[in-house]
Design a protein around this ligand. Structure first.
Ligand SMILES: Cc1cc2nc3c(=O)[nH]c(=O)nc-3n(C[C@H](O)[C@H](O)[C@H](O)COP(=O)(O)OP(=O)(O)OC[C@H]3O[C@@H](n4cnc5c(N)ncnc54)[C@H](O)[C@@H]3O)c2cc1C
Length: 441
């Protein structure tokens, strides 16, 4: 029986393990939690979601929706489990985070071809290995990696959003409504008038922030370069201009307050965190503010004046490598071709992108998968990661990656056209692979 070692039972490692095990491989899956944990994980379960509980949009007019549709065509293992653990979130696929991880964990430990080993891996050997230790890879394995890839290894940081208890939200002020939709059950909305908004922005700018440790100084000196564009701390956005939040995270478009019939000046959305709706996540409020400051400042949000926090936002290190420089096209290390890198560590950004990366690397190992069509998000993420860039930053699904369609049609129609083209090309590609008996699923 073919054998593989996978290090890290996160999103990428769990997907890769299930892909390979279902294809007859004997998988030794190493996970260090809960013997040793990371600064963000809270359980010992496989595929834990460390921040938002949303796997983003399911619409084909969004790149994340297209990526999910592509993954389903490829026989992704984790997405059907996410659907089983779904909670209502409008057009997004959000999950009860505990149920999701529990389902994945059970699927893995009950799989006859997978052995889950609760150990930290600290060094490499000659075994065929998928390294999927994620953005919070343990220090020891990071040091081993640095030995192999040298200076091309980069450090990075990310911020997470606070969560509040539902029974401490003032329902006389917040209203429930999804953007542009009559369905009114999935999101709560905290409406701001102009004075409340300006006061909030001012407090964010003045709030006491996390102090950099010595090893983080490079990050704080170069803040614009180091953040993921879609995970910028709210106080950093506030600092960029008084209206930045009102036109971004806090935009009120499509969310008129049903009690007044008017559009608020700005608003913050709260998204359900679990099936029982006992906690809500403050959408877009990822932050580097100190806990005390968070309590005072987020209580300025209308409707949250008495909110209790189930979790505060925080800042975390994010580790990833410059894949094109240190890896071959198949994601194996140039200096150690038995080690394949997958997940966020390989330079993808996001839950679904990490799942994709696990699926991709597993299938490369399994069947020497030829490069996926260039009209697909998957194909383009692969190309992006394996092409050298002057300033390499992690990549997430976006339509900008795809070859342009030049028709003069509306934005939404064009996005749908990108999706239809991708899915049709992927379908032809998969059919041709099956015919040539080259591609095993
Ligand atoms: C704080 C934070 C918040 C994030 N928030 C979001 C978000 O809201 N939405 C989003 O789309 N993406 C988010 N991301 C980015 C990314 O999507 C997730 O981190 C995702 O879980 C990455 O998947 P992964 O499989 O690469 O890593 P992980 O899911 O982190 O899995 C890696 C696993 O490896 C284990 N491990 C580490 N080192 C070792 C070792 N030496 N030996 C054995 N096991 C080891 C870890 O315990 C972990 O279980 C966030 C990242 C961070 C750090």
């Amino acid at each position: 029986m073919k054998k593989v070692k996978i290090v890290g039972a996160g999103l990428a490692g769990s997907e890769a393990a299930l892909q390979l095990a279902d294809n007859g491989w004997q998988v030794d899956l190493y996970e260090m939690r809960d013997k040793k944990t990371t600064s963000a994980h809270q359980t010992h379960l496989c595929a834990e979601l460390v921040c938002s509980n949303s796997l983003k949009s399911t619409l084909l007019s969004s790149a994340s929706g297209l990526l999910k549709a592509e993954l389903e065509m490829m026989g992704c293992k984790l997405l059907p489990i996410a659907k089983k653990a779904a909670v209502p979130a409008g057009n997004a696929l959000a999950v009860d985070r505990y149920l999701f991880s529990e389902y994945v964990h059970k699927t893995i430990i009950n799989h006859p071809n997978i052995k889950l080993i609760n150990e930290e891996v600290t060094a490499f050997d000659d075994t065929l290995t998928i390294l999927a230790t994620g953005p919070l890879s343990s220090d020891k394995i990071t040091q081993s990696l640095i030995k192999d890839i040298g200076d091309n290894h980069l450090y990075f940081f990310d911020a997470i959003a606070p969560v509040v208890y539902t029974d401490t939200i003032n329902m006389d002020i917040v209203f429930s409504k999804s953007r542009y939709s009559d369905d009114n059950s999935d999101y709560l909305n905290c409406p701001f008038n102009k004075d409340e908004y300006l006061n909030f922005v001012d407090a964010l700018i003045k709030g006491e922030k996390y102090e950099a440790k010595e090893f983080e100084s490079e990050f704080f000196n170069n803040i614009e370069y180091k953040f993921y564009e879609n995970c910028i701390p709210i106080e950093e956005l506030a600092r960029r201009g008084v209206d930045t939040l009102r036109y971004g995270t806090m935009r009120p478009v499509g969310l008129d307050d049903p009690r007044t019939g008017k559009r608020p000046y700005a608003l913050i959305q709260l998204r359900i965190e679990n099936r029982n709706k006992t906690t809500y996540n403050l959408v877009g409020c990822q932050t580097m503010l100190k806990y005390g400051a968070q309590k005072d400042i987020f209580r300025l949000i209308p409707g949250l004046e008495n909110a209790d926090f189930a979790r505060y936002g925080s800042i975390h290190r994010n580790t990833y490598i410059n894949t094109a420089k240190v890896c071959n096209e198949n994601f194996s290390l140039k200096n150690r071709s038995n080690i394949f890198v997958a997940g966020q560590l390989s330079g993808v950004e996001g839950y679904v992108e990490s799942i994709f990366s696990g699926l991709l690397v597993a299938n490369i190992i399994n069947s020497k998968l030829p490069i996926l069509p260039e009209t697909t998000i998957m194909g383009q993420i692969w190309r992006f990661l394996t092409t050298e860039h002057k300033h390499f930053l992690p990549i997430n699904a976006n339509f900008g990656l795809l070859p342009a369609i030049l028709d003069k049609i509306g934005k939404k129609e064009k996005k749908l056209e990108y999706s239809q083209r991708a899915l049709s090309d992927l379908s032809s590609f998969l059919n041709s692979q099956q015919r040539s008996d080259h591609y095993e699923f």
